[in-house]
Design a protein. Structure first.
Length: 327
């Protein structure tokens, strides 16, 4: 079981010594996973617990809310992904202007040492911390020598050919920016390569205009406050994971229904191959579900009437079914 704390005061006094890492971890992509694997490896060698420190909300949402990047994943998915890496605990620090004003030594003393009892700190090479982001790996190493904890710096991940970017940039490092760029282009395959797993959104299934049901393709519509980066408009093959954990193959639509002059952008998933006896009572309304994007099938197009749209939807569902069942 992964321990989740929301403040250093929640950490048991006898929890430690520990190995600690720090980061926003948006996406928990393969670069993050590389750092976290070093964290858990160091913890196992010393037979002590590993702790990841992260922040909510994302610092950019506090410092520049009008231009902050759309988050790749919501907090719950981030905690799940961090837990999947094998960390023993996660400290979710509420990011405020007061926290941002802490100097590097104040942050290390109050959070890393007094709160988490760190004996070792594992950080990425691009670490920045403390007021004005003045702290870096050199700062952390100097504080380690002064205050008596070890510091391990992990090099960037992704250079040397994995993953290879579409433009041939084999030396590009894994980053949250790269994931967002790929998703904004609808390239969920590259996003999955950088993430190490398919991109997903999570939200409550709500009632929509029921056009899909009227056309013979009922959909689960995600609420507009769903978490996770919304990929480019289009039709995708993917999966819907219901509240019980069952994975259903799905054809997923992202867009504003241009055939019907739609205006609000929405994400909706048509579950494929539902058991016949459950078609009538396959009710997902009110459930919190996850939608995973496997491959983009096409862009969003306005068709000349419902008949042409239904014909294309039949093709989309058949293509999604063929792609998902051969995996």
């Amino acid at each position: 079981m992964v321990h989740i704390w929301n403040d250093p005061t929640e950490v048991p006094k006898d929890f430690g010594p520990t190995v600690v890492t720090i980061g926003n971890f948006d996406g928990v992509h393969r670069g993050h996973q590389h750092v976290l694997s070093q964290l858990t490896g160091t913890a196992k060698r010393h037979n002590i617990p590993s702790v990841a420190v992260t922040f909510d909300p994302h610092p950019a949402q506090v410092h520049r809310p009008d231009s902050a990047p759309e988050l790749i994943m919501g907090l719950q998915d981030k905690l799940d992904a961090l837990g999947d890496t094998g960390v023993d605990a996660v400290l979710v620090m509420k990011y405020t202007l007061d926290l941002a004003a802490m100097t590097p030594i104040e942050f290390v003393r109050e959070v890393i040492l007094d709160g988490l009892h760190a004996a070792h700190v594992v950080v990425g090479h691009d670490l920045r911390f403390g007021a004005g982001n003045v702290g870096d790996v050199v700062t952390m190493q100097e504080l380690g020598e002064e205050l008596g904890f070890g510091v391990q710096v992990v090099n960037e991940y992704g250079a040397g050919g994995f993953p290879v970017h579409d433009d041939g940039d084999a030396d590009r490092r894994c980053s949250s920016t790269w994931v967002r760029e790929a998703l904004s282009e609808g390239d969920v395959v590259t996003a999955a390569a950088v993430l190490g797993r398919p991109h997903r959104m999570r939200g409550e299934v709500v009632h929509g205009a029921a056009r899909g049901r009227d056309l013979g393709f009922p959909t689960a519509n995600l609420a507009h406050d769903s978490t996770g980066y919304v990929p480019a408009d289009g039709i995708y093959a993917g999966w819907l994971i219901d509240q019980s954990g069952t994975r259903w193959p799905a054809a997923i639509s992202v867009g504003s229904n241009p055939t019907f002059d739609g205006v609000s952008r929405q994400v909706e998933a048509h579950v494929i191959d539902r058991p016949e006896e459950k078609v009538e009572d396959f009710d997902l309304y009110g459930q919190t579900v996850a939608v995973e994007f496997t491959q983009r099938l096409r862009g969003m197009v306005a068709y000349r009437g419902p008949e042409a749209l239904v014909e294309q939807m039949c093709l989309d569902v058949a293509q999604a079914h063929e792609l998902l069942t051969r995996r």
